[in-house]
Ligand binder design. Structure first.
Ligand code: FES
Ligand code: FES
Length: 159
């Protein structure tokens, strides 16, 4: 039997009915069409499905949608303001922090969660912040350089 699910995603409220075993990643991608959240391993290993749930990063393939009832979520689609990219997105662009791009939404959301909790992380803390996210293309250094540039204040939030 389906259960009611009330969530706010990127500031927009949704009232849905979902099966108890529906994953949060399925609701985001399949019901809400927010396909920026990627489905990789579907077993909590790759981090491609990372979103923010009440300010914390979670792997949305490992959360039942119903567990998020009453919560506020941010997906990668929620980072930009209109057509203005967020500081992290601009830094990733400038530092070549992606190649195929499959990991990038998850990397951005883990980085965003890290900087929300700790705006001045050390390099070690940055590495820990993204250690649940696998990238098979970049070697990670360019991602750390992008986060470092944001931490140094080289990128400002769009007004
Ligand atoms: S798809 Fe969720 S961690 Fe890989
Ligand atoms: S850019 Fe290809 S997996 Fe990270």
């Amino acid at each position: 039997m389906k259960k009611e699910l009330k969530i706010k995603v990127n500031g927009q409220p949704y009232d849905l009915f979902v099966k108890p075993n529906t994953l949060l990643s399925e609701v985001l991608r399949d019901d809400l069409g927010l396909t920026g959240t990627k489905r990789g391993c579907n077993s909590s290993s790759c981090g491609a499905c990372t979103v923010m749930l009440n300010g914390m990063s979670v792997k949305s393939c490992s959360v039942l949608a119903i567990q998020a009832n009453g919560s506020e979520l941010v997906t990668v689609e929620g980072l930009a303001k209109g057509n203005k990219l967020s500081p992290l997105q601009n830094a990733f662009l400038d530092h070549g922090s992606y190649q195929c791009g499959f990991c990038t939404p998850g990397m951005l959301m883990s980085s965003k969660a890290l900087l929300t909790e700790n705006p001045k992380p050390t390099k070690e803390e940055m590495k820990e912040g993204i250690d649940g996210n696998i990238c098979r293309c970049t070697g990670y250094n360019s991602i750390i350089r992008a986060i470092t540039a944001v931490v140094k204040g080289e990128y400002k939030e769009a007004k």
